[in-house]
Design a protein. Structure first.
Length: 567
């Protein structure tokens, strides 16, 4: 079975690329050959601040940022030697991706993350995925787990030595993460260790106890000893924000113009919500209907299963209607949200993809009620996860959203495309998928229709809030209240949203901006192809390009579909 899967994946990947020619196939133009060497050096780690034999503590050490800065400089100088006019479209796209990665490294040095981000030193996030998912860990997984647990105290010690005046909010998030991870080691991990090989269990228990104690000590250090920085010191400012949009994402926006676009789409979405509310019940507003919808939700302890059922429903819908190719040898696993993400993901999310036994496994995590919540927190958590919202989030994170897009990307024969991802395409595609499914007729109940539009309003608010937060136009409290007043989020959900934005500037607008860019590209191709335009082929061609910034995606898909010169 697994051999058949491997063969099918290779054949599909070759079909996507048009060929599976290796590095030695045919004669390369000298510039293409030189660039191919740079790509291989990059993939081999020559332009990296660390090497494969470095341990985690050295990668987090005091010289990390300096070494990364130097490595980015070497990469940029090597790229500058290439005459890109002699490269193919795909090669030029790869050149731009590598150059943007180097530029982002330069830009990020001003943030001094090693000194300011306490969550950077809370390890073991990967451990949660390897032992908490449905697929049982094998012996190699348990050896890896033991090594991660044994390294954790030293990593936490690096954090204690390096941190200087982090924002108070980030301290609180790191404390919650450290304590939640310690609790995980104390209970869930020890239960799962019973499945490990007999010879490894004592080692795993000792290492888990040591890591647990180190995590709790780190949380105490953050709470009682480490002096905090200024309250709003997580804000990155306009200059940084604008350069990331322009140089890393190839977008024609600034923070200011993005806020303007956000307000425009926000108001348009509110008009659509008003119209939908009148169609559902002319006597009530959309806010009243949302309040009622929030009362229809799963019970505590069943939220993960509710997402699973909603995801299976949309997968069946896609297959029955033959809307898009679902590659073989993939599976989506549904797991509880790990401790590290509970304070920043109020609902759930996609936890990435990994290959095991020639099958691509994606992880869909969902945030249920957890021990220690107050009655009000339980109420808010349940109301935030109404069946209407679950139906939309399920397709956004799973099929045909993030998971399906990730499966396609992992099949790309170009290792640069497999390694790099762009949030403005990834989130843009997942939001596009919501609108696509609405047009296709998936949403049959008023709750689903209402949730889909309310969730778009939530995303339009992100376009306003994120740049406003990071450029001083909006306070933390003002941002939370904006989500409560404008979108109808519960306060706890709104706080989780804003917490996340402080840690990841420029990501939150990617949903709406990416969606708008995909819709614009689709209209351009429809105009160019006329009756020859095929929506299924468009969707598959989009995913086959890898996760590219929208401007670079437009180059490659035009060439793939034979529409006008790529440049």
């Amino acid at each position: 079975m697994t051999l058949r899967c491997r063969a099918v994946v290779v054949v599909v990947a070759c079909a996507v690329a048009g060929a599976c020619a290796g590095p030695g196939t045919g004669a390369l133009h000298p510039e293409a050959a030189a660039f191919a060497t740079i790509r291989e050096r990059y993939l081999g780690g020559d332009f990296s601040a660390s090497r494969d034999d470095d341990d985690a503590t050295s990668r987090l050490g005091v010289d990390t940022e300096r070494e990364a800065f130097g490595a980015a400089g070497r990469l940029r100088r090597a790229l500058a030697e290439i005459d890109t006019s002699q490269l193919s479209t795909d090669e030029r796209v790869d050149w731009l991706l590598l150059n943007a990665r180097a530029e982002r490294t330069f830009l990020d040095t001003v943030l001094h993350r090693g000194e300011r981000v306490p969550n950077r030193y809370v390890p073991l996030g990967g451990l949660y995925w390897r032992v908490a998912e449905e697929a049982s860990p094998d012996a190699a997984d348990w050896v890896w787990a033991a090594e991660q647990l044994e390294a954790a105290p030293a990593i936490l010690a690096v954090g204690r030595d390096r941190l200087q005046a982090p924002p108070p909010l980030w301290i609180r998030l790191a404390v919650a993460n450290a304590e939640g991870t310690a609790d995980f080691l104390d209970v869930a991990l020890l239960e799962r260790v019973e499945e490990a090989p007999d010879s490894l269990r004592p080692r795993l228990r000792r290492a888990a106890a040591s890591a647990r104690d180190a995590l709790r000590s780190y949380a105490a250090f953050l709470t009682d000893t480490l002096p905090p920085g200024a309250v709003g010191s997580w804000a990155v400012g306009s200059a940084y924000y604008d350069r990331v949009l322009r140089e890393s994402n190839f977008l024609p926006y600034t923070a200011e113009t993005m806020i303007e676009a956000g307000y425009r789409v926000h108001e348009e979405t509110k008009i659509e919500l008003d119209s939908l509310a009148r169609a559902i019940d002319s006597t009530r507003s959309w806010r009243e209907l949302v309040d009622e919808m929030q009362g229809r939700h799963p019970e505590p302890g069943t939220i993960v299963e509710a997402y699973r059922q909603a995801s299976l429903r949309v997968l069946g819908f896609l297959i029955a209607a033959d809307l898009i190719r679902i590659p073989p040898c993939e599976e989506l696993l549904y797991v509880p949200t790990p401790p590290a993400l509970r304070e920043t993901y109020a609902w759930g999310g996609y936890g990435g993809i990994r290959e095991r036994d020639n099958v691509l496994y994606g992880r869909f995590f969902a945030t249920d009620v957890v021990d220690g919540m107050s009655p009000d927190e339980v109420r808010d958590k349940l109301r935030a996860q109404s069946y209407g919202w679950i139906s939309v989030i399920a397709l956004h994170e799973g099929y045909p959203g993030h998971h399906l897009q990730s499966v396609y990307a992992r099949q790309h024969p170009n290792r640069i495309r497999r390694r790099f991802s762009n949030t403005y395409f990834g989130e843009g595609w997942a939001l596009y998928a919501e609108h696509w499914m609405r047009r296709a007729g998936l949403f049959t109940t008023p709750d689903e229709q209402l949730a889909q539009l309310q969730m778009r309003l939530w995303r339009t608010a992100r376009v306003i809030v994120d740049p406003s937060l990071h450029t001083g136009r909006m306070s933390y409290e003002g941002a939370v209240q904006f989500f409560v007043d404008e979108v109808g989020l519960t306060r706890s959900a709104a706080e989780a949203e804003v917490n996340r934005y402080t840690t990841w500037p420029t990501q939150a607008p990617s949903y709406i901006i990416g969606w708008l860019e995909i819709e614009r590209l689709k209209r351009d191709l429809q105009d160019a192809l006329g009756d020859a335009f095929d929506e299924r082929r468009f969707h598959e061609a989009l995913l086959e390009q890898g996760s590219l910034p929208p401007a670079l995606l437009a180059r490659t898909i035009r060439e793939a579909l034979g529409v006008l010169p790529a440049d």
